[in-house]
Ligand binder design. Structure first.
Ligand code: OAD
Length: 270
C-alpha cells in the first residue's frame, strides 16, 4: 500500500519500511475515556455537560484561574473524582509506550492531567504535559510548593488545601484558562515540525495553542487521526488518514497491521 491511498495499511507499511523514525503523538481526553475518565466535550458523558450540580456560571469556569481565586470548591469536587491513582492506562497509552520502547517516539504531547502516559511506561523525557498535571502543586500567591502527601489527604477528603506559609490557595500545577502553558510546551513544540509521522488521538482540538500543533507538521508527512469524530483541519491534507471510532480499536488495528499485537498486549499488562 502507498501513502497516497490514505489508509491505515499504508501508514503501517510506512512504519515497517523504517522511514518513520520520528513519530510525534498528540493526545487529549478521548484517549482516557476507556479508562473510566470522562472527557470534556462529548455530549451527555463529557464533564462540561455534567457540571450542573457545581452551579458554575459556565462549565469551563471550573478550570478558570480567576474563578478559582474566589471559588476553589468546585475544582476540588472534580479533583476528588479525577485524582490519579485509581485509573489504569488504555491500549492506546500502551501503544505510545511501545513506540518509545522501539525508539520511534520523538515526543508525546498530551493535554491530559491524569498521568496515565507515565503509568503506561512512556519515559518522562518523551512526555510534554501541555496543560500540566496533578503530579505537583503550589500556592497560587507565594508559589511555594505544597507537599504531595498533604495534597493527597485534602483531595481525598474533597477539601481545599491552603498554603502552609501564607494561607493562599493551593492548586495543582494544571494549566487553567487564563494561565500560560508550561515552558516545556514552547521549548519542545518544534519536535512536531521534525516529525515524519504524526498520530493524533482523542482530542477535539478546540483549545489553543495545543490545537495548532497538527498545523506544524510538515506538508507531505502523514497525520493520522484516531478519534470518534473528525476534528480540526484533519482530512484537509492529501496525506491525512482518518480512523474514526474508538481509538483503542483503531490503535489495535494499526498494531495488528504492524505485527505488534502480542507486544502491545504485553506492554499493556505490565
Ligand atoms: P475534549 O473533551 O474536548 O475532546 C475529546 C475528543 O475525544 C472528542 O472529539 C471525542 O469525540 C473524542 N473521544 C472521546 N472518547 C473517545 C474514544 N474512546 N476514542 C476516540 N475518541 C474519543 O477533550 P480535549 O480535546 O482533551 O483543558 O480538551 C482539551 C482541553 O479542554 C483539556 O485539556 C482541558 C479542557 O478544558 C484544561 O483543563 C486546561
Amino acid at each position: 500500500a502507498t501513502l497516497e491511498e490514505r489508509s491505515l495499511e499504508a501508514v503501517a507499511d510506512y512504519i515497517k519500511s523504517g522511514n518513520a523514525r520520528r513519530i510525534v503523538v498528540l493526545t487529549g481526553a478521548g484517549i482516557s475515556t476507556a479508562a473510566g475518565i470522562p472527557d470534556f466535550r462529548s455530549p451527555k458523558t463529557g464533564l462540561y455537560s455534567n457540571l450542573a450540580r457545581l452551579k458554575l456560571p459556565y462549565a469551563e469556569a471550573v478550570f478558570d484561574i480567576s474563578y478559582f481565586r474566589n471559588h476553589p470548591e468546585p475544582f476540588y469536587v472534580l479533583a476528588q473524582e479525577l485524582y490519579p491513582g485509581k485509573f489504569h492506562p488504555t491500549i492506546s497509552h500502551a501503544f505510545i509506550a511501545l513506540l518509545a520502547e522501539k525508539g520511534l517516539l520523538q515526543m508525546l504531547f498530551t493535554q491530559n492531567i491524569d498521568c496515565l502516559e507515565r503509568a503506561a511506561g512512556v519515559p518522562a523525557d518523551k512526555i510534554v504535559e501541555a496543560h500540566g498535571s496533578f503530579a505537583t502543586q503550589r500556592c497560587i500567591e507565594c508559589r511555594v510548593e505544597f507537599p504531595d502527601a498533604e495534597m493527597r489527604a485534602h483531595v481525598t477528603r474533597g477539601d481545599v488545601p491552603k498554603c502552609n506559609e501564607c494561607k493562599g490557595l493551593v492548586k495543582p500545577d494544571i494549566t487553567f484558562f487564563g494561565e500560560a502553558l508550561p515552558r516545556d510546551f514552547s521549548e519542545k513544540s518544534h519536535n512536531t515540525a521534525m516529525a515524519d509521522l504524526v498520530l493524533i488521538i482523542g482530542t477535539s482540538l478546540t483549545v489553543y495553542p495545543f490545537a495548532s500543533l497538527p498545523e506544524m507538521a510538515r506538508k507531505g508527512i502523514p497525520r493520522v487521526l484516531f478519534n470518534m469524530e473528525k476534528v480540526g483541519s484533519l482530512g484537509s491534507r492529501l496525506d491525512d488518514v482518518l480512523e474514526l471510532g474508538a481509538c483503542d480499536d483503531g490503535i489495535r488495528k494499526l498494531a495488528e497491521l504492524l505485527g505488534w499485537t502480542d507486544e502491545l498486549d504485553d506492554t499493556w499488562r505490565n
